[in-house]
Each structure stands twice: as C-alpha cells, then as structure tokens.
Design a protein around this ligand. Structure first.
Ligand SMILES: [Zn+2]
Ligand SMILES: [Zn+2]
Length: 364
C-alpha cells in the first residue's frame, strides 16, 4: 500500500516527507496504523550516521497505534488492538529464550541494520528499498512490525502518548525498577534530565528513594526534575559536579544512573558512589566513545554496569508502567510536547535545543 513517511536520505539531512510503498505483513508480522510516535536520541544518532543505519531509511522506534492487519502465525494480537511498539529481537537465542530479549544476540542486526528478521525490507521509496529501523520504522502513517515488538496496551489511556514507553521511558524507569531495585531511603544520582533520566527519577520515587539528585546543564529540565520529585538538582555548568554530589551525600550515593552519553559523566557516576554502590550506563554515544576509570575505585566494590532497553519483558513491563501512570504514581505525560507529524524537523530542533524533552509526532 501507499503511505507517507519521514524519510532520511543522507547523513545529517533533514527528514523529507515522502510517499512510500509498504508491503503486506508477512508471517509473524503486524501492520499498524500509527497514532503517535516519540522521537528519541537514537533516531538522531541514526540520522547523523553515528549509528550507520543504511540509507535511505525510515527511522522512528517509539510508535503507538492500532493494529490494522496481522500476518500468518499470530493469534494473540487482533485488528483493533491498541499497541505500543518496542525493539526487535529474534526469539530463539539463549537470551531471548530466558526472557532477556533486550540482550538478544541479534539485537544490533535486527534493530540497526535496516532489514526484518528474514533480511528483507517492507519499505520502498522512489524505486529503491528503504531501511527498516528497530523492526518498526514508526516515522510513517503505517508500519509493519515483528509481532515480538508489539505490546498490547489498555484502551482507557490516550494512545498517542504511549509510544515513548517502548524506548526512552521503559529504559530510564527500568534501570531503577528492574535493575537496581533500590531499597527505600537509599540515595541515587541521575546524570542527564532528558526522557531517560527523568523516567529514572520518577521510578526512584516509586521505590521510595531518599536523596534523589538530578544533574543536567539546563535549568528547565532541572526544574521539571524537582517538580517530579528530585530532592536536589545540580547544574553541571556551575562548578564541580562530583564535589556538589559529595556535599549532598557525604559517603557517596548508593546508586548512579548515567543517561547523558557524556564520558565525563560516566566517570563522575562511578566516582560519586559509596563502597558497594552501583552505577549503570544507560545511554550510548558515538561508536568508539571511551571512558577512563580509576582501577582502585572499582577494586573497592564500586560497580559500573551496562544496561539496555529497560531489562524487562516489554509485554509485561509496559502495561505495569501504564498502571502506575493511571494511579498518578508515574506522570510521564509531563515530559511530552506534541507536534504534527509534518513538523518532524521542528520537533527534532526543539529536542536538540532542550526546550522540548520528549517530542511526540501525532498523525492526523
Ligand atoms: Zn530510543
Ligand atoms: Zn534473540
């Protein structure tokens, strides 16, 4: 069928709204009519080719929409279902089989190499194949996704706001709720107060953390962190961040989350820990980004861990986040600014400036 998409043709070039052809869903695939899609930093890393997704490509990996059609082999998803789209995984490697699809052995291939699981694409633009992204390509009015990416969600919450649960919100909150599981009263510092960092802060409040410190360079984001429940904020432009953390938590913090992708923050995250503390790296950077650590800091039981995509089972975890939202305990709607799909480049620009935290494109 014909549909409209925001296509990336060249490295760093603005998105172009184009008519594209989208194929029928194949076995174990689902056709979705999108209602909203978040824009995530990872889309921009692909647009600028810091992650070299083959071009042309239809990016977008925080889609929310309504199932239009299902391919063969699917019984648990039906036309009319409200769904959120998340990352792609193979379903048959050791990690997928043990509920850790976020660590799928084919993760990079299925999400960044531009092809579906059978190595073909469903998208075509101006006579050539276009790369699929994260097994969904949600910067389009319609998307074909693997059934494994599709999470059924309740119909009593506004569907257009749910897309970011598939990536940024799931990632930040999952670092706390699924990985660190902080005990009530413990201290935590979060570097970067974008969608991922602010989701971690909301999750820290769900877990009844004591001291919750947000570090960022933008006052508007730090203000929002406070509004969401951070007990302290540090503007990294105003002096030494590590000293500022140690002034608040004398022995160091129990937990640290690094969501900015800046190597100096990774170092600060580890150095700010108390003995036995745990720091989690949740943001990526350009391929080849390096961080240096003092061996002795690590030796003395301070831990620096990697983390991907929420470390939960999205089909179980995302509905739980929606339940917390409905109870007023996880107000992630405060992060969102809506744009019309056609204003995708303006939305990216505002996110880049930091005036918008989580842009969501709405489809008319
Ligand atoms: Zn993302
Ligand atoms: Zn797998």
């Amino acid at each position: 069928m014909e549909t409209k998409a925001a296509v990336t043709f060249g490295s760093g070039e603005p998105f172009e709204i184009k008519h594209i052809t989208i194929d029928e869903p194949q076995t174990n695939e689902v056709l979705i009519r999108l209602v909203g899609t978040g824009i995530c930093h990872t889309d921009i890393l692909a647009q600028t080719q810091a992650y070299p997704v083959p071009l042309p490509a239809v990016l977008g990996h925080e889609g929310a929409g309504i199932v239009e059609k299902v391919g063969n082999g699917i019984s648990h998803i039906q036309p009319g279902d409200h769904v959120v789209l998340s990352y792609s995984s193979c379903g048959s490697c050791d990690n997928c089989l043990t509920g850790k699809a976020y660590a799928c052995e084919r993760f990079y291939e299925l999400n960044f190499e531009g092809r579906m699981a059978d190595r073909s694409t469903r998208l075509h633009v101006e006579g050539q194949d276009a790369s699929n992204f994260f097994g969904q390509s949600s910067f389009a009015y319609y998307a074909v996704a693997n059934a494994r990416n599709v999470i059924k969600v309740p119909k009593d919450v506004p569907l257009e706001m749910l897309g970011p649960l598939g990536c940024g919100v799931q990632t930040g909150s999952g670092a706390v709720l699924n990985k660190l599981k902080p005990e009530p009263g413990t201290s935590i510092v979060v570097f970067g107060a974008g969608t991922v960092g602010l989701s971690a802060i909301m999750a820290a409040i769900v877990c009844h953390c004591g001291i919750i410190i947000a570090v960022d360079v933008q006052e508007n984001r730090l203000e929002l962190a406070k509004e969401l429940g951070a007990t302290h904020t540090i503007n990294a432009r105003e002096g030494n961040v590590l000293e500022a953390i140690m002034k608040i938590a004398e022995k160091g913090v129990n937990y640290a989350i690094e969501s900015s992708g800046r190597p100096e923050n990774s170092r600060n995250a580890v150095d700010s820990l108390t003995v036995t503390g745990r720091a989690v790296q949740v943001a990526g950077g350009p391929i080849g980004s390096e961080v240096t650590l003092d061996i002795n800091t690590i030796l003395f039981e301070r831990n620096y861990e990697g983390f991907l995509m929420g470390e939960g089972v999205p089909q179980i975890y995302i509905p739980r986040l929606i339940e917390l939202y409905k109870q007023g305990k996880f107000p992630f709607d405060k992060l969102i600014t809506y744009y019309s799909f056609e204003d995708v480049n303006k939305a990216v620009e505002d996110a880049h400036k930091g005036t918008t935290i989580k842009p969501i494109l709405k489809f008319s």
